[in-house]
Ligand binder design. Structure first.
Ligand code: ZN
Length: 299
């Protein structure tokens, strides 16, 4: 089966051809205006389509984006600070050029689907995929399906109990000290005395950051009861000690819930992704496969 996945990111757009679990070819474009970006991506898809018919396309997009398939504006980017992208009709632009099935979901829901199908979330139908990089986002699977609801989860913007004595105001332009405003890349640059890469893993400045991540994990455990929380993204990849710190603090924050004596449980619960940066494009291919299968059922 020839599937195409498009990961639409804030700075780059990754277009892949392949099948579930197999990226055969990949092309990367800069994310410019919606028209420029999608024209470049879809010109590439057209070249591939001329070689072998593309059966379905999956799009893993930055948010906020309408993911409810029944909505009139399904596949449209909603109000975003990213210049030119508010109201961009991504799905419609793809369907204008290709009449195969197309599915759109968030980049983090797609990554959650990929880790569930192929990576660290295998066997866990209820999981959370977090990415901590220039922003903080979270995709949620319940019984193997991405949670959409009235929009989609916006885990990055929850506000949590702060570490005692921590007075950092946070950098989120909307909320100040939401979790994205506390521990994503720009927050670390603002709150640490040197750039994060120059601060050793044992520096005391990491204590409050680890606490903040643990508070987020505690809320996710208590509200969603996930079987796994997979944490990727540039910050998490480069600072693996943060996962270890948060995992260690988490039982204390849960204060007796979920049997904190069971170290193996927490070791399994909190883990890095196994697909790395490919979780997004791999997830876009999973979306494509699901779109293609849905079309066959209708036929
Ligand atoms: Zn926020």
């Amino acid at each position: 089966m020839t599937l195409v996945g498009i990961e639409l990111g804030g700075t780059k757009c990754i277009v892949v051809r392949g099948d579930v679990g197999n990226i055969a070819e990949r092309v990367v474009f800069a994310t410019l205006t919606p028209e420029q970006t999608l024209r470049a991506a879809l010109d590439q898809v057209a070249l591939w389509h001329a070689e072998a018919p593309v059966e379905a396309i999956g799009i893993a997009s930055f948010g906020p984006v309408r993911v409810n398939r029944e909505a009139a504006d399904y596949g449209t980017v909603l109000k975003t600070p990213k210049p030119g992208w508010s109201g961009a009709q991504v799905l419609a632009m793809v369907q204008e050029r290709f009449d195969c099935p197309v599915a759109v979901d968030t980049d983090v829901n797609a990554a959650a689907l990929a880790e569930h199908a192929l990576g660290a979330g295998r066997g866990c139908a209820n999981l959370v995929y977090l990415t901590i990089g220039t922003g903080l986002g979270g995709g949620v699977l319940v019984e193997g399906r991405p949670v959409h609801g009235s929009l989609h989860p916006e885990i990055g913007h929850v506000r949590l109990r702060r570490a005692e004595g921590d007075v950092f105001a946070g950098v989120c332009p909307f909320h100040g000290d939401c979790i994205e405003g506390l521990i994503a890349g720009p927050a670390l640059i603002a709150r640490l005395p040197v750039i994060p890469g120059e601060l050793g893993p044992h520096a005391p400045e990491w204590t409050a950051v680890g606490h903040d991540l643990a508070e987020l994990l505690a809320q996710l455990v208590l509200t969603l009861s996930p079987e796994r929380i997979i944490i990727g993204g540039g910050v998490a990849n480069r600072q693996p000690h943060l996962l270890a710190r948060a995992r260690k603090i988490l039982p204390d924050l849960l204060a007796g819930y979920l049997d904190p004596s069971d170290a193996a449980y927490f070791e399994e619960l909190i883990c890095p992704p196994t697909l790395g940066d490919d979780a997004g494009p791999m997830g876009a291919l999973v979306l494509a496969a699901q779109a293609g299968a849905g079309n066959q059922r209708q036929a």
